[in-house]
Structures are given as C-alpha cells and as structure tokens.
Design a protein around this ligand. Structure first.
Ligand code: AMP
Ligand code: GLY
Length: 403
C-alpha cells in the first residue's frame, strides 16, 4: 500500500517507524517529514498547511492511504479535500475535527452523548477553568484558583475572540486515552500519561510534553473505558452526519468522583505516540487503512504487554522558544544499538550532519517488561545522546516506576 504521512514531528517519526513494519506497505512517503523519518520514507518538501499541494502530491504518487498527524490541517479541511479527490484518509473531516477545534462544540457533543465531563458554569466565579473556543496550541485555557485569576482569565480568553467556555475546576491526575475510529466503531489503542510542565516536579511553564509512559496503572480495562468515553462521541458525531474517522484522543482527569473528560483531540498525542507505538502489537497500517475504509480494526491492533517510557530532549530555551538551530546531535546510533528508539522531532541535516532545528528535538523511547525497566533503559539512552544545551526532565515516570 502506497502511504503518505503528513507531519514532521517525533509523533510522525513514531508512526512511520510502526507503519514501516507492515507487510502491506509498498512505499512510504512523508510531507514534509524530518531526517529521522527520511530513514524510513521518501520525504517531500510540502508544508502541512498547503492543502492543494498535498492533494496534488497524493495523486501524483498514486497514494492509497494518507495518514495525517497534526490537528491544524485536519481542522482546516485537509481530509475533506483528499476524500473529494478520491484519496483514502486516516483523519477526520473538518466538521468532525471540531471536537478538538472548538471547545463549545466539544462540550455540546459530550453533553448530548452523555460523556462524563466538567460541569459548565454560567459565570466566572473562582475556582473555575476558562477556555477560549478555538485552537490555541494549549494557550487558551486558564485554570483559576482565585477571583483575580478568574477576572484576568476571562479577559485573556475573550481576547482570542469567539465563545468562552467556563467549567468547574477539577483535580486529579491526567491521562490520555486513544481509540482508532472508523466512523462507527472506537477501538482502544492504549493509555499514556504525559508530563506537560517543563521542569522536574511538574514545575515551570506548560510545554507540548516533556515525556510520557504507558501503560497507566488503574486503566487496565481499556475496552470498557473506550466504550464509555469514545464510543458515545463516535455515535453522536455519526448521528449528526459528521462521522469521526481517525484517532480520537480523550484527555481525562481521574477525580475523586470518577473519570471526567477534559477535552477530546482529533489526532494522535505527542509525546504519547512515542510510547504507544513501541508497545503496540499488530499491523498499524492494516488498522489505519481499515478505519479509513469504514471497517472495524479491532482484530488488527492491540496494546502489547510491555511498558514504554519516552524522555524528550529539548532545546535549552524551550518552551520560551522553539527555534534552536544548528547544534550537532550525537549518540543516536549508540543509544539505538543499546535497544532504545530515538524519535526525531526538531532536527535537520547540514552537510550530512544531524543538527537541532526546533524546540522538542528528540523523544528517546525504550520498552521493558514494566515501567521501571523501560524507564531505566530510556534514561540510559538519554545519557548517550547529546547536543549542546540539551535539557530534559529527570523524573519522567519516576512515580509509576516505583509501582
Ligand atoms: P484542555 O485543552 O481543555 O485539555 O485544557 C488544558 C489543560 O488545562 C488540561 O490538560 C488540564 O491540565 C487543565 N484543565 C482543563 N480543564 C480543566 C478542568 N475542568 N479542571 C482542572 N483543570 C483543567
Ligand atoms: N500530549 C498532549 C497532546 O498531544 O496534545
């Protein structure tokens, strides 16, 4: 199957890595990809927001399946344009991707579907959470403990334009739960915990994610959870005439009163995919292709028995900046020879040398019989990889590893 992967992060490198093990794969292409992906696929210099060129590329290469990584092209209608051109896509239509693109839409669907979520409030009285409606790269959510924070949050959220959603403030650990959807069925892919803050001890500013582990203790009954959380949303979107085809990602909070959904995303998680792929059993390409055709993929993939941990090697000034360029990267081959898998995010090559080019540069992953052994392997590999200024958290999965 000639396959085109859209995106350029470590998430897409992890997808490419798993896709490339499929016996069904005949050609793997990526747009735009990165140097890590280029070892597995033919990369084409087409931007993820250039819908017309992506459609033209897919036709020129006679692509049989497009897999879309990031949310922005999905919300902008890339999957619709490809389908209109007769190309099969794993990724939701713009209408279905509104589950991530609009907080107000997501809340409406969750309520109609009866999915447990935070209660909506009429006024911004602290404690509360205030959310700007549209895609805001994580910067549109304000968790307000005091009234002063709520007043400031309301102003900041309103500045994004559009509707503002106000919710009760919930507390508890957060986990991500993923399901492959074919428009009708939701099939469990795995659960992971990511580490959003930049510093050890969950301190410092929010980031795109500094590491992750999977599986998550307490979330063993994945099929039951997906039946309660993802399936009603898939049913509701189908009922509305906008079926969801793609990866449906539920951001959950494990509160003292039970599981609540904080948000849905219309895509794979980053860095969660860098732990889900190494432990996934089965043929990912077969599962994504089946889902794209509207066929149940439940017999094709399942979370494996092993655990995985990933640690992000970030730029020295990330997350303030995401443009750390030109520092040579070394040690990947040694780390991989020892059994780790180094997924590349913000990298480039210059005269054959691998260099940094972004904020989250590498996701250093390892698998093991349990979280403790996967963690030990991942950090051993972290010690082998280097670039000037590399920064990483030292406490990824530390608590989970203690069991
Ligand atoms: P969202 O984009 O809706 O997932 O929100 C981003 C982050 O804000 C989440 O990962 C949580 O850490 C936090 N958050 C969102 N909603 C709530 C809530 N109702 N209560 C507490 N924290 C929340
Ligand atoms: N790791 C969270 C996300 O991908 O949005």
């Amino acid at each position: 199957m000639r396959t085109l992967l859209v995106g350029s992060g470590a998430r897409e490198h992890a997808l490419a890595w798993k896709l490339s093990t499929s016996p069904l794969l005949t050609e793997l292409h990526a747009a735009p990809g990165n140097p890590g992906i280029a070892a597995l696929a033919t990369c084409h210099p087409v931007r993820t927001d250039d819908t017309d060129s992506l459609v033209a590329l897919a036709r020129e290469l006679a692509i049989e399946l497009v897999v879309v990584g990031p949310e922005a092209p999905l919300v902008a209608g890339l999957a619709d344009a490809l389908r209109a051109a007769g190309v099969a896509v794993f990724g939701p239509s713009a209408a279905a991707a509104q589950i991530e693109g609009s907080k107000a839409f997501a809340k409406d669907v969750m309520t109609a579907a009866g999915v447990p979520t935070a209660a909506t409030l009429d006024t911004a009285i602290a404690p509360c959470v205030i959310k700007a409606d549209g895609l805001a790269s994580g910067k549109g959510v304000f968790v307000c403990e005091t009234q002063a924070e709520a007043d400031a949050g309301l102003e900041a959220a309103a500045a994004f334009g559009g509707t503002v959603v106000i919710e009760e403030l919930l507390e508890g650990p957060e986990v991500s739960l993923f399901a492959l959807c074919d428009g009708t069925h939701a099939v469990a892919l795995g659960a992971a915990q990511d580490f959003k803050r930049s510093e050890d001890g969950d301190l410092g500013p929010n980031t795109g994610g500094m590491g992750a582990y999977s599986p998550v203790a307490g979330l063993e009954e994945l099929d039951t959870l997906v039946a309660q959380i993802h399936q009603p949303v898939v049913d509701e979107l189908a009922r509305r005439g906008t079926p969801f085809v793609g990866c449906l990602f539920a951001g959950l909070m494990l509160t003292p009163n039970g599981i609540r959904v904080l948000e849905f995303n219309a895509r794979f998680g980053d860095p969660e995919t860098q732990v889900l792929m190494p432990r996934l059993d089965g043929d990912l390409l077969a599962a994504l292709a089946a889902s794209a055709m509207g066929d149940d993929s439940s017999d094709l993939v399942r979370p494996g028995d092993r655990a995985a941990v990933t640690v992000v090697g970030a730029a020295p000034d990330y997350p303030a900046r995401s443009d750390y360029a030109d520092a040579p990267i070394s040690g990947i081959a040694a780390a991989e020879a020892g059994g780790a898998i180094v997924f590349q995010g913000g990298t480039a090559t210059r005269e054959g040398v691998l260099i940094t080019n972004g904020g989250r540069i590498l996701s250093i992953s390892a698998v093991g019989a349990n979280v403790a052994s996967a963690r030990a392997e991942a950090y051993r590999a972290v010690g082998q990889v280097s670039f000037t200024g590399m920064r990483y958290r030292t406490d990824i999965a530390e608590e989970a590893a203690r069991g």
